[in-house]
Ligand binder design. Structure first.
Ligand SMILES: [Zn+2]
Length: 203
């Protein structure tokens, strides 16, 4: 199988990828976009197809601001409990919705609940996904205060880290400015996934 599972990128460059799961969200996504813009940072959104359908303009805005958009699933199911046909439908519908809104395809897939198996990866690969994107830093932001999220992220990042964040509570957007300031103070840049992957040595 040639689809690659990535948790972090082996690099000495002080680059990190912030990733935002479970959106787009009508309140949190525009705020996150504004905050990222004011810190001259790029991120990667792993969106749900169902929400892309509800908020198509948000997906267009994410792409227009030069961030990247990966596929999470259509409605946040555990893909390992589905048939091959259902897995295909979850991923292809989401991929097509992103493509129809942005004219772009980013070959990044992130499995909901980190649940995947060979069938899930085979289907993702058949649809053109090149990376199964996991993470190396998880501040558990869906159940944390902004201060907890800030300290968990800033104490854990190392060069090449992939940070998982969510757009499901206000804590994450509240934490984002301090995360970006803290990263900058430590000499880090927050970049989109493609740029982080480019920092890896060629094998
Ligand atoms: Zn999720």
């Amino acid at each position: 199988m040639s689809i690659m599972t990535v948790r972090k990128v082996p690099t000495t460059e002080k680059l990190v990828a912030l990733t935002f799961d479970d959106g787009p969200h009508p309140t949190f996504t525009p705020r996150a976009l504004d905050i990222m813009a004011s810190h001259d940072s790029k991120g990667t959104w792993f969106v749900l197809g169902s929400l892309t359908e509800n908020y198509p303009d948000l997906v267009t805005r994410i792409a227009a601001a030069d961030h990247e958009i990966g596929t999470h699933s259509y409605d946040h199911v555990d893909l390992t409990r589905l048939s091959r046909t259902q897995i295909y439908s979850q991923l292809s519908r989401t991929k097509e919705l992103i493509e129809s809104q942005t004219g772009m395809f980013w070959p990044y897939f992130r499995p909901t609940y980190m649940a995947y198996n060979d069938t899930v990866l085979a289907v993702a690969e058949m649809l053109g996904f090149l990376c199964n994107v996991l993470w190396s830093v998880d501040p558990r932001d869906y159940n944390a205060s902004a201060n907890q999220i800030i300290s968990r992220v800033l104490s854990a990042v190392t060069p090449g880290s992939i940070v998982i964040l969510h757009e499901v509570t206000s804590s994450t957007t509240a934490a984002l400015p301090a995360i970006l300031r803290g990263l900058k103070d430590m000499g880090y840049s927050a970049v989109a996934l493609s740029e982080l992957l480019k920092a890896a040595p060629i094998e």
